[in-house]
Design a protein around this ligand. Structure first.
Ligand code: FUB
Length: 329
């Protein structure tokens, strides 16, 4: 081998051996099952991921607590444990579903859906299930969070899957999936312990597939309202304001295994990251080995010059550093 070629081979293998891969699903250092990942970068520059927590082999979405993980490279994650549990709530005992978080007035806020009753899937008319949205406070991004209100923010309408967006002027908006699977938004009062004004049913510009899991973010003065369309493929709308009117822009991640997806999109350093969950076969002696269970995952997400979102593929390597990013694109 020529010296030049040898130098090239050594350089390439050194480069490859230095590439760090996050790998999907995200490695939280245990076999914890997480879903509905909501990513936020706070003042310390770390990524904080607030997730819901599936019970192993759970038969339905009967979920009890929420967890938070943090990372400064999206590869190595610290598990900070449960930030809140339905056992700490006076008004709910089940359905610890997709949470979100926000930072305002020097405090961290954790918004979460929770509920009571029983969902009878075979005989829906017999269902007694109710869900509402709570908000808890902490001085730390990793909690513990305290339900200082001791009640949901409201009881009617039925509400699930909150997404808390705080605009540059400090106004907080709470988006949620409401009765009949419609999307609503309501302003939060400055104290973040109550709402302000009326519920606003979102103006979706005439295209309104039924769905859950909203996520709102802002990039270059464009507001993005993103969601799992029909609870499956991830799609988005854009608007010039946090209250719309929203214009449908299309799907940016296809569905997988005809199963639900739930996501968040957040800037981390120079990159934009899509967190979502995948239903993967998780062998376990105590449940059907073919049963798919949910795991949090991440991908880079890219924008066109006009602000539209490029399609994102699911990858095994996920996010990582430099070369990984180039390969995944
Ligand atoms: O994790 C429970 C529920 O499943 C979430 O609230 C929905 O968005 C779906 O992911």
């Amino acid at each position: 081998m020529s010296t030049l070629r040898m130098t090239f081979v050594v350089a390439l293998s050194t480069l490859l051996s230095n590439v760090a891969w996050a790998a999907n699903p995200l490695n939280f250092g245990s076999d914890i099952l997480t879903a509905d990942p909501s990513g936020h970068v706070w003042q310390d520059g770390r990524m904080y991921l607030y997730t819901s927590h599936d019970e192993n082999c759970q038969l339905d979405f009967w979920m009890k607590d929420w967890h938070v993980f943090s990372s400064d490279d999206l590869i190595n994650w610290v598990d900070h444990g449960a930030v809140l549990s339905v056992d700490q709530l006076s008004w709910a005992d089940n359905y610890a579903w997709a949470p979100d978080a926000g930072y305002k007035n020097g405090k961290y806020y954790f918004v979460f859906p929770a509920g009571t009753g029983h969902k009878d899937r075979a005989n829906p008319e017999k269902s007694t299930k109710w869900m509402g949205i709570g908000i808890a406070e902490s001085d730390s991004p990793t909690g513990p969070f305290v339900d200082v209100i001791g009640a949901p923010l409201w009881r009617e309408p039925y509400a699930n899957d909150p997404s808390l967006f705080i605009d540059d002027d400090g106004q907080a908006y709470l988006y949620f999936h409401g009765k009949g699977f419609d999307y609503y938004v309501i302003k939060m009062a400055d104290d973040m312990r109550s709402t302000e004004g009326d519920f606003i049913k979102m103006d979706m510009g005439g295209y309104e597939p039924k769905m859950e899991g909203p996520w709102v973010f802002k990039r270059n003065d464009i507001y993005y309202f993103t969601m799992p369309e029909n609870n499956r493929e991830l799609a988005y709308y854009t608007a010039p304001s946090p209250l719309g009117p929203w214009q449908y822009q299309g799907v940016f991640m296809e569905s997988e295994h005809d199963s639900n997806n739930h996501h968040s999109i957040v800037q981390f350093k120079d990159d934009w990251i899509l967190f979502y969950h995948r239903w993967l076969e998780t062998p376990d002696a105590n449940c059907d080995a073919r049963k798919r269970q949910r795991h949090s995952a991440a991908e880079y997400i890219y924008f066109n010059d006009d602000g539209t979102i490029k399609k994102v593929n699911r990858t095994e390597h996920g996010v990582g550093q430099n070369l990984t990013k180039k390969i995944s694109n």
